[in-house]
Design a protein around this ligand. Structure first.
Ligand SMILES: Cc1ncc(COP(=O)(O)O)c(C=O)c1O
Length: 391
């Protein structure tokens, strides 16, 4: 169970790390993360240095050191070692890299919950079609995959379970430890789309034993687009080999003066999956976002998010609006879906008043982060009450 209490000593005002117009209440991190002040400054400085060609600028030294730092931060965030991490432009790339690296053969089964974000769905459908695999859709009548359903599915030999850590619209967080233990007992590989959990809810990937995960940095990690990562365990239940290779998958010792060598040794770590020149700007953004998150600390981030959502639930009492999907404390996340009368109109009303949420599958998705404040949650509820009053 993930439990955490806000530590008053470290509960500082994180707003100063952002430059969000104070008129706005941004509660939409499940869609995208705002640029941090540090991210903006880092990008500006990078543009300036590369534009002016500042004397002494050594692009290779600077950028590769920055890549290593970003990778270490990704690793710490998910409780893994940096050598198990590869950069990926988005979640989908990482999911595909792992799926294609598994050497699946005709007739093997992939388990896929029937309620899933399309990133997994389309990646699985594509590989299944091309390799003649069997997709086993797992029913989710309650909006999530129940353990009994998984157990039943695992009674037949299954190669992979493909599942999200946190459901994108109802915020259901899976107990990945229980799921992984069950799957491993039957030799089934666990591949996780982690983008809606990592950065808001703590995850210890290595400890839990999940085989692989993929995560973009554009949402809860304040990384903007183009910089994500994937993780592959050092002891996966089934080997994963890169399907692609490129000149940066092999070790040049970061010295690029003699490139005629055709027999360079390949990297042994996550760089084996990395093929060509990196999106330095995007990764720099991600690195700054991750730095801010790390300063707060993942337990503290989670504690703040939970307390904000607790406040929201309690302040909504007496209104016609309520949590759309009830779940126990072990399955909570940074996403809370709201339902009630004229819900779409309420969403538009909030938007018109600069309260940023998103509308997903007929509900309003609220997704605060650690920089949000009790006052902002109060403003959201005030607008909801105002909307009700105008009925
Ligand atoms: C669960 C989940 N997976 C993946 C994505 C995005 O995938 P990608 O990073 O490949 O664009 C989203 C949202 O955009 C999501 O909610």
């Amino acid at each position: 169970m993930v439990t955490a209490k806000i530590q008053p000593a470290t509960h500082r005002d994180w707003k100063c790390e952002f430059e969000i117009d104070p008129d706005n209440v941004f509660l939409n991190h499940a869609s995208f993360g705002p640029v941090t002040r540090r991210g903006r400054m880092a990008a500006e400085s990078l543009i300036k240095r590369w534009g002016h060609l500042t004397p002494g600028l050594d692009v290779d030294d600077e950028t590769f050191a920055m890549l290593a730092s970003a990778k270490a931060r990704f690793a710490r965030l998910i409780g893994a070692k940096d050598d198990r991490i590869g950069f990926a432009p988005n979640t989908s790339y990482g999911l595909n890299a792992v799926l294609w690296g598994l050497g699946l053969t005709k007739g093997e089964r992939i388990l896929l919950p029937q309620i899933e974000f399309p990133a997994l769905v389309y990646a699985v459908k594509n590989i299944a079609k091309k390799l003649d695999l069997k997709i086993e859709p797992l029913p989710c009548p309650k909006g999530f995959l129940e353990i009994e359903t998984l157990e039943k599915a695992l009674s037949q030999t299954s190669a992979v379970l493909a599942i999200s850590y946190v459901q994108y619209f109802n915020g259901y967080r899976y107990d990945l430890k229980t799921i992984t233990d069950l799957c491993h007992a039957k030799g089934c590989f666990v591949l996780v789309d982690a983008i809606q959990g990592v950065g808001s809810v703590p995850l210890e990937a290595e400890q839990i034993g999940i085989d692989a995960l993929a995560c973009g940095a554009q949402k809860w990690l304040f990384g903007q687009t183009g910089a994500g990562f994937f993780y592959i365990s050092s002891r996966p239940i089934r080997a994963v080999e890169p399907l692609e290779s490129g000149w940066l998958s092999v070790d040049w010792g970061y010295r690029f003066e003699d490139l005629k060598e055709w027999n360079k040794p390949g990297f042994e770590d996550g760089r084996r999956w990395e093929t060509g020149t990196y999106p330095f700007f995007s990764i720099r953004f991600a690195e700054t976002g991750l730095a801010v998150l790390e300063e707060c600390g993942k337990q503290q981030v989670w504690a703040i998010i939970q307390s904000l959502l607790d406040q929201l639930i309690s302040d909504l009492e007496g209104t016609q609006y309520r949590v759309a999907f009830e779940r126990g404390p072990d399955h909570r996340s940074g996403i809370l879906a709201l339902t009630g009368p004229r819900i779409r109109e309420l969403y538009e009303h909030l938007k018109a008043h600069k309260i940023h949420t998103s509308f997903r599958e007929g509900t309003i998705r609220v997704s605060p982060h650690f920089h949000n404040t009790v006052e902002e949650i109060a403003r959201l509820v005030e607008r909801i009450r105002q909307f009700e009053g105008n009925e």
